[in-house]
Design a protein around this ligand. Structure first.
Ligand code: KIV
Length: 298
């Protein structure tokens, strides 16, 4: 199995926001690699594989907590999962996803919620949306918290979009996406996720902004790529989406392993002698004596 080649300028160093910000492919940088992680083991595994960033995505809702959509998770849920990921003490940058309703009510509340994720261990936060989010993005950045933008198919807008639909398909929509990306970059976002947009639109947006774009379902021209941990490893309940490449089928392997354990227990071959603790012969004789006493009541 191949692992990503870390950029030679950043290999081995802890990944920071300025190092990510500098990774534009047109300037000769290698593509950024991001994957979601939701707990200590998944963060440890992703970090050991050499990724640049782990995103504690609000997709924890669908992939871990069994919800239909991402609208169900709260800032407390995200802080708990961000803290678990941070305990893996990764070299890569931990990005905490701001859930729906954590940055929609007021600028002040948005800054407070972003700080909650930082105190939980995030090195940056991500939030969805275009120009409408500029006041919130600017305020969070003024509070010294780096922000990653997220444009295109924004899953928190599922109700407004009427489903998970590819965005930017018309010339006007593509232009609006490009304008929004420029505005977010000018506001100070250090990177932009582009989700569910045609490859040529992602290429045009990537060309138009000085910050790295990180694609998911956005074709190969972005400055980096992000995949969901469970899609990449075959751990999800659903068929992975068209854009997700599945590199392993750990769900099947895990089911087979647990079925083998169940069979061993049922046929009495687990645990065996090596898997059991043993006591001294004195204790063994004392126990048999007690058994004799129980078996022959006076
Ligand atoms: O929550 C998530 O998994 C995301 C990625 C799809 C970018 O936001």
């Amino acid at each position: 199995m191949s692992s990503p080649t870390p950029d030679r300028r950043t290999a081995g160093k802890p990944m920071t926001v300025p190092l990510v910000r500098a990774r534009k492919r047109r300037d000769g940088a290698e593509p950024l690699v991001m994957v979601t992680a939701y707990d200590e083991p998944s963060a440890r595994i992703a970090d050991a594989a050499g990724v640049d960033m782990v995103l504690v995505g609000d997709s924890v809702a669908n992939n871990v907590l069994g919800y239909e959509d991402t609208l169900q998770v709260t800032i407390d849920d995200m802080a708990r999962h961000t803290a678990a990921v941070a305990r893996a003490r990764t070299r890569c940058l931990v990005v905490g996803d701001m859930p729906w309703m954590s940055y929609h009510l007021s600028v002040e509340e948005a800054v407070r919620n972003a700080a909650t994720l930082v105190r939980a261990g995030a090195g940056a936060v991500k939030l969805e949306g275009g120009r409408a989010r500029l006041p919130v993005i600017e305020a969070i950045i003024r509070a010294e918290i780096p922000v990653m933008g997220h444009l295109g198919l924004t899953p928190q807008s599922v109700l407004a979009m009427g489903g998970y639909r590819v965005q930017g398909r018309s010339a006007d929509a593509a232009q609006a996406l490009k304008d929004a990306a420029k505005a977010l970059a000018v506001a100070g976002c250090f990177a932009l996720v582009l989700e569910g947009v045609p490859d040529v639109v992602a290429a045009a947006v990537t060309e138009a902004v000085d910050v790295p774009t990180i694609g998911i379902g956005a074709g190969p021209a972005c400055d980096g790529q992000v995949l969901v941990f469970h899609d990449l490893l075959g751990l999800g309940a659903r068929q992975p989406p068209k854009f997700a490449r599945q590199y392993a089928n750990l769900g099947v392997l895990a089911t087979e392993a647990i079925a083998a354990y169940a069979a061993d227990v049922r046929r009495g071959t687990f645990p065996n002698d090596d898997e059991s603790y043993h006591a001294s012969s004195d204790l063994q004789s004392a126990l048999s004596l007690e058994d004799d006493e129980i078996e022959s009541p006076a």
